[in-house]
Every structure is written in C-alpha cells, then in structure tokens.
Design a protein around this ligand. Structure first.
Ligand SMILES: C[S@@+](CC[C@H](N)C(=O)[O-])C[C@H]1O[C@@H](n2cnc3c(N)ncnc32)[C@H](O)[C@@H]1O
Length: 295
C-alpha cells in the first residue's frame, strides 16, 4: 500500500479550522495512520454517507424507515437517476455496486431484478447495507473491501455500478483495472465521479483561495478542495482525462454525461439556465463504458 502524504498541495504544517467538518475529519484520520487508504477508510467511518448534513454529529439513520428513505432522497435529488438512468436494464443481471454507503442504490438495483453484490471500505457501510437489504427482504451480498483489491473472481459481473465513489479511492487507475477484471467480456459499467470543468470546482475553489485567503497559506486550487469536498481523497476529472483512464484500463467508453443535484447551481437563476449550466458544467461526470470481448 502506498505510503505518502495524501495532499501535498496543502500548506506544510498548516493548522486548520476545527469547525470545518471536512478538515477536522481529515486531521483525525491523519492523526491515526500514515497509510492513505486507511485514512480514507477512517474518514468514511467518521462521516458515513447517509445524506445527512456534513456538520451533523449523528449521521446514522435512527430507524429502518429513515434508512430505507435514503433511496428516495437520492433519486428525488438526482435528475440523472430520475430521467436518464434506465433502471430496467439491470433486470436479470449480476451487478456489482462499488462503494455502497447506506445500501440505497444496491437495494434499488436488487429491486429491479438483479443479483447484487455490494462492496465498501467501511464496516459502517457494510452494516447499513445489510440492514437495508434485510428490512426490504432483498438478497444482497455485502463485502467489506477495497475496490483496488476486490476479493472477487474475474469475469463475474454483467454490470459494475458505482455512484460517487471512485474519485475517493487512493489510486483511481487501480480501481478501474479491478473493474475490468471482474467484468464479463462485453459487460458494461456506469460510474459517477466529480467533474473538473464544473462551476462548483472553480467557483468554490476561487472563493476559498481568494476571498478566504487560503492562497496565502500555500493552498492550490486542487488542495483547497479539502476545505469543502467530502472524502479523504477527492480527484476531479475532465471527460478527456476520464476517457483516457478508461481506455488505459483496457475498457471502451460509450457515453459521458454531466449532471448535478436539484439545488440550483447558482442562486437566483431561472430554471432553464440552471438546467443548461448543469448539463455543461455540473459537478458530476457520469462515464459509461464496456469491456471489449477481446480485453
Ligand atoms: C460518497 S459515498 C457514496 C455512497 C453511495 N454510492 C451513494 O451514492 O450513496 C462514498 C463511499 O465510497 C466508499 N469508498 C471510498 N473509497 C473506497 C474504496 N477504496 N473501496 C471501497 N469503497 C470505498 C466510502 O466508504 C463511502 O461509503
């Protein structure tokens, strides 16, 4: 496992704001280990993905109703999931969900008639996904593991799905190699990662750099993401960079889409402009690709 400081862009020895939930969680993880992927795991154990506010101390659902309601919360918030994603395509497939979090999407896919395996780096996500599947009487196989070292045989899945995860792993390229390995020939995949050419990346970045003065403390546009982006690692991709990574892993890109959640991208703008900007400069890049038969 690579042992390196995870964010060289950050000011050396910088003392940071304990009120900032992203930084305090990062510093807590850094205080416990020097190993990048373990810091990553500790970050998500401290802030499990339940769609609660990042400031919330108590992030776990308090009841099975709250747990199963997360699925609707994600889909209502996501125009891509509501209007673009063809859920019926999963019917009858063997599907891997990487980075299952609360299990909301793994169970959604299982309800569609797929046989689902869900993996996550954290025990909290594994427990939540088990519980989510149990409450809904669904059969989901859940494994705690690192996507970069999947304990799964090759050529197993018809479809690999991953929403908002692979930009958070230490080495994205290793994760894609694993996706290739576990996909059947002609198997398909859909992954969502953060989009670099987005309003969020530059607007928030320059706000923190210039107005909050972090450029004078040694931060870069990339390093300043630590102040407001979830996860210990968070890599932002252009479509070109993503396409190159997919091809380098021996996979074939089929479609890229840019999207964002419901909240307006800029305050006060009309709906048509918001829709247009999100399609061009939204924060989520959805990459669809397949494994060539000869790969
Ligand atoms: C932003 S959450 C997304 C959860 C879920 N896909 C969703 O949309 O609700 C990211 C998840 O990825 C998991 N994760 C991060 N790095 C990982 C890795 N290397 N291997 C497996 N899971 C990982 C985290 O533990 C966390 O549960």
């Amino acid at each position: 496992m690579t042992q390196k400081p995870a964010t060289p862009e950050r000011g050396e020895g910088e003392k940071t704001d304990p009120e900032n939930p992203f930084l305090s969680t990062r510093e807590q993880a850094e205080g416990q280990t020097v190993v990048g992927q373990q810091r990553n795991r500790l970050w998500w154990e401290t802030k499990p993905m339940t769609y609660a506010d990042w400031e919330a101390e108590e992030r776990l659902p308090r009841s099975s109703e709250e747990l199963t309601a997360i699925e609707n919360q994600i889909i209502v918030q996501s125009p891509f999931m509501r209007n673009r994603l063809d859920w019926s395509q999963f019917d009858g497939l063997d599907v891997l969900d990487i980075g299952c979090g609360s299990g909301a999407l793994a169970t959604r896919i299982a309800k569609q008639g797929a046989s689902v395996t869900a993996v996550d780096l954290t025990q909290t996500a594994v427990d939540l996904t088990h519980e989510n599947a149990k409450v809904q009487k669904l059969d989901v196989d859940v494994i705690r593991c690192d996507v970069e070292k999947l304990p799964i045989e090759s050529d197993k899945f018809d479809f690999v799905f991953s929403w908002g995860v692979l930009h958070h792993t230490e080495t994205f390229e290793n994760a894609l190699k694993e996706v290739n390995r576990v996909l059947k020939p002609s198997g398909r995949s859909l992954i969502m990662v953060y989009y670099r050419n987005s309003i969020v990346y530059y607007l928030h970045g320059f706000y923190w750099l210039i107005f909050k003065g972090y450029m004078f403390r040694g931060y870069t546009i990339n390093g300043v993401q630590d102040l407001y982006t979830d996860g210990y690692f968070h890599r932002y991709f252009s479509a070109k960079e993503m396409g190159a990574c997919i091809e380098a892993a021996g996979l074939k890109p089929t479609r890229f889409s840019v999207t964002q959640y419901e909240k307006k991208i800029l305050p006060g703008i009309p709906k048509w402009l918001d829709t247009y900007l999100k399609k061009k400069f939204g924060m989520c890049l959805v990459a669809e690709f397949e494994k060539p038969v000869t790969s």
